[in-house]
Design a binder for this molecule. Structure first.
Ligand code: ZN
Length: 413
């Protein structure tokens, strides 16, 4: 038996079966399934409904709804305790990685969107509420849609359950269709007819047609593109995200275009992935993280420009804090410059202990100061690294940065 092979040979491949978490369900035959070890829990078909590995796989609509409601309530309750940690960086990590829609993924893949939508809507509202608590702000529709995008395109990776349910359920149908077809000895086809499941010559997955009908609205099209007909959850989700991003950009101001372009550049979201470990210097102060999240999402930092403080240069700071970040008179730009120089210097020190900061270049460079110096960088030749700090939100860069990602950085080269 396959299970015996897994139990005996799996450990040598690093595959460990947790027997007491396994369940076996055999609705059409002997439900005691004597072939399986007694430690494995048997799941029996009941009239009200049946749950397998936490997912309601069979039952009336109200059974499926109440099963989902219990799971969603449990996750939302855990989310409500995040603020007890009083550490927004840790809270956001946990929200994204442990208490977001990833927690529901097995449900999203097994429950048709038509049956789960009420609970998924409820879940999404809770997720948005939690982000508001973490950022200490009310989350606008635009900030929320951005937050639901992946980190690599400027989001916070807080996927909403409602659009994800279509991708997850259809991805699951596409993935399992051939296997179900083999077991039922029916032809695999995604053109199902729900009115006649029993007699249909095709594998019919209840809820699939509805999921296919609602998916185009998340893709911004009238129909499902041919290349997504049998696609995986990841492929479908990627198209949903692309459509959401382009929709978001259409309603954006020039500043917001520049902002989303800038934070979509490679590694811009690395701070969101960093494990908040103080010993590695990766933990952010509470207010640092709150303000950075708000800046990332385009949420104002000051109430409005009229009430904001003045910069030492005399300029009234805007409500987003763009001026103070880019102003040469304030301390932030200098601090940013120093921090980047330090990081480069420490990285070069690992390679060569004679690496130094602020060394004269000499020779044809008119003896100017190089920010970081490495005496033997490439084939015995020394190298000088210059650090330049540019902010895409500076008035002089906003227009270019709104058209081309990285335009402000290029200007500093
Ligand atoms: Zn200033």
């Amino acid at each position: 038996m396959l299970l015996d092979a897994l139990l005996q040979q799996g450990p040598s491949y690093g595959l460990l079966v947790t027997v007491d978490k396994c369940e076996v369900f055999w609705p059409s035959g002997d439900q005691t399934v004597p072939e399986f070890p007694s430690e494995i829990k048997r799941v029996y078909q009941s009239e009200g409904g049946t749950t397998l590995l936490g997912s309601p796989v069979y039952g009336k609509d109200d059974f499926i709804d109440s099963t989902l409601a219990k799971v969603v309530a449990k996750v939302l309750n855990s989310q409500s305790h995040l603020q007890d940690l009083d550490n927004p960086q840790v809270e956001l990590h946990l929200l994204r990685s442990c208490l977001g829609s990833c927690t529901l993924n097995s449900l999203l893949r097994t429950v048709p969107p038509s049956l789960g939508s009420d609970q998924f809507v409820h879940f999404d509202k809770g997720l948005r509420r939690s982000l508001g608590v973490i950022t200490h702000s009310s989350i606008s529709d635009s900030a929320w849609h951005q937050a639901t995008l992946p980190l690599k395109v400027g989001g916070l990776g807080l996927k909403e359950a409602v659009p994800t349910s279509s991708a997850a359920f259809l991805g699951s149908c596409n993935f399992s269709r051939n296997l179900v077809s083999f077991f039922l000895d029916k032809e695999a086809s995604n053109t199902t007819d729900l009115d006649d499941i029993t007699n249909s010559p095709y594998v019919c997955i209840p809820g699939e047609n509805h999921a296919r009908n609602i998916l185009p609205k998340y893709l911004g099209s009238d129909t499902i593109p041919p290349n997504l007909t049998n696609a995986s959850q990841r492929q479908i989700q990627s198209r949903i995200d692309s459509h959401l991003l382009s929709n978001l950009k259409e309603g954006f101001s020039l500043r917001d275009q520049a902002r989303i372009n800038t934070i979509s550049t490679p590694h811009a979201g690395a701070w969101l992935k960093a494990i908040p470990n103080p010993k590695l210097g990766l933990a952010m102060l509470r207010h640092e993280h709150i303000l950075t999240c708000r800046y990332w999402l385009g949420i104002s930092i000051f109430p409005d420009s009229q009430q904001a403080a003045r910069c030492p240069c005399g300029h009234v700071m805007d409500c987003f804090g763009d001026h103070v970040l880019g102003c040469g008179h304030g301390p932030l730009r200098k601090k940013c410059y120093n921090a980047i120089s330090e990081v480069i210097w420490h990285a070069l020190l690992v390679d060569n202990r004679d690496s130094k900061q602020e060394q004269k270049c000499g020779g044809e460079s008119n003896n100017r100061i190089g920010d970081v110096f490495h005496p033997d960088f490439l084939e015995g030749r020394p190298a000088f690294f210059d650090v330049s700090v540019r902010n895409s939100m500076q008035p002089s860069y906003v227009y270019k940065a709104a058209i081309k990602p990285g335009a402000a950085a290029e200007a500093g080269e």
